[in-house]
Design a protein around this ligand. Structure first.
Ligand SMILES: Cc1cc2nc3c(=O)[nH]c(=O)nc-3n(C[C@H](O)[C@H](O)[C@H](O)COP(=O)(O)OP(=O)(O)OC[C@H]3O[C@@H](n4cnc5c(N)ncnc54)[C@H](O)[C@@H]3O)c2cc1C
Length: 408
């Protein structure tokens, strides 16, 4: 890096800098207890120790190495909700999931930890809620230690938003299902050991014909395609999966046959809330480093942050992030109470991810030409943010969910 330019621009901020800038105006957040703050400290140390030093290595490799999963598991940072009897921490409280995404964003490793959040926030609930006793005993302990990495495969090359239009089939034949089809854009697609696959067990039906089957690493006829080349989120393995006459034991069916769509509908609000939590955290982290940059970088003899346009932009972002954070904190409490509706989760998802995109774009603009350089964190934040209004349900689909509930 050219040393004549602001030092904060080319790296994520230290704790003291973040505290200084954000505390100037941030409201208190009464949702956290001392336990959450202790957890936050421990998680922060884990990230500094085990993820931050390997950021560039994993960006270049397009994947994080499996050993960090086992480190996370050994420290109790995987599958919070899993009861102790299955080897998990046994803590049902989404505030811990919120702390995780906040700390990932602040350390600049959201992409590198995205696999963890998919595993914890998205995949785990399917096993916990629909898994049989035998399935829980088979999979939950390995998921807690990080030896079993999970993925969920809904999207197909021909359909994403319209899930009922999927063409992957799983036809019962005695005590197995014969699985055929392909999936794409699957997070943890390369690293995963067990994959929850949505397929039609009755192709004559739309929603009612869908079931969830767990495909395991090494099953004959199951192949992974390439690790897809994305514009951002470089360290996150995202892959195509192919199923060619895979004989999946009927004992790997999750829940009853035909309940796949209902299970998805039941679990998607938590997935969407998790993405919204991460979006606000990313907006905040990018805002923080940009605020510091605008204090250090000068033009026309004064800090660029002191121009009225910069001040107004920063003021607008600070306001919207605060509003978003307040809503997110409330949604997390609703989720804990079991009262978060699909519509409210959709509101959080579309509004917070669209906000993230606006904030990150404005932050890049405030960095000038340096914002366009990949050695600057704001450039990564920009590239990584572009997907958040698409995955987990697009902004348009979120508005459809909300709009339908309004009776229009
Ligand atoms: C990095 C990454 C990770 C992902 N991880 C996973 C994963 O782990 N598992 C998984 O199953 N999937 C995953 N996905 C897939 C993702 O969820 C889908 O891309 C997304 O749901 C959109 O589906 P699609 O790409 O087929 O777009 P389409 O459904 O083809 O949509 C294209 C456009 O049409 C719009 N549109 C579609 N229907 C409507 C409508 N009714 N009204 C208005 N507009 C509409 C959409 O909003 C969008 O703008 C991932 C994708 C990416 C890029």
């Amino acid at each position: 890096m050219n040393k004549s330019y602001p030092r904060t621009a080319a790296r994520w901020l230290s704790d003291s800098q973040v505290m200084f800038s954000w505390q100037n105006f941030a409201m208190t957040r009464p949702i956290f207890t001392e336990e959450h703050e202790m957890f936050r400290e421990a998680y922060r140390s884990f990230l500094e120790r085990s993820l931050v030093p390997r950021r560039e290595e994993w960006d270049a490799a397009g994947i994080v190495s499996r050993d960090v999963w086992e480190e996370a598991g050994a420290a109790g940072f995987l599958t919070f909700d899993t009861p102790e009897e299955y080897g998990g921490p046994g803590v049902e409280d989404f505030r811990y999931n919120l702390v995780v995404v906040e700390e990932l964003a602040r350390a600049g490793v959201s992409t590198h930890g995205a696999g963890f959040t998919l595993h914890n926030d998205v995949c785990l609930p399917y096993i916990l809620k629909a898994g049989s006793e035998e399935q829980k005993q088979r999979w939950l302990p390995g998921m807690a230690t990080g030896e079993l990495i999970t993925a969920i495969a809904m999207t197909e090359p021909g359909t994403g938003s319209d899930l009922a239009g999927m063409t992957t089939t799983a036809i019962k034949d005695g005590d197995v299902y014969i699985l055929n089809g392909s999936k794409t854009f699957i997070t943890n697609g390369i690293n995963s050991d067990i994959i929850i696959v949505a397929a039609k067990t009755d192709p004559t039906q739309k929603h009612a014909g869908m079931s969830l089957l767990v495909v395991e690493r090494g099953m004959e006829g199951f192949e992974r395609g390439r690790n897809l080349d994305k514009i951002g989120m470089h360290a996150q393995d995202t892959a195509e999966l192919f199923f060619n006459d895979v004989r999946v034991p009927a004992s790997n069916l999750l829940g009853a046959e035909g309940t796949g769509f209902l299970q998805l509908v039941g679990n998607l609000p938590q997935e969407r809330l998790g993405i919204a939590c991460a979006a606000i955290a990313a907006a905040k982290a990018t805002f923080d480093l940009t605020l510091e940059y605008t204090k250090e970088r000068t033009a026309f003899g004064k800090p660029i942050g002191s121009f009225q346009n910069s001040r107004f932009k920063l003021a607008e972002m600070a306001t919207e992030i605060e509003i978003g954070q307040t809503f997110i904190d409330r949604c997390v409490l609703e989720s804990n109470a079991g009262t978060l509706t699909a519509e409210t989760a959709s509101m959080a998802k579309w509004w917070c991810t669209e906000l993230q995109k606006r904030v990150v774009d404005a932050c890049l603009q405030l960095h000038g030409g340096y914002g366009y350089m990949l050695e600057y964190p704001v450039a990564h934040a920009y590239l990584d943010s572009r997907i958040t209004t698409i995955f987990g349900g697009t902004t348009e689909i979120m508005k459809e969910v909300i709009g339908r509930s309004l009776g229009v």
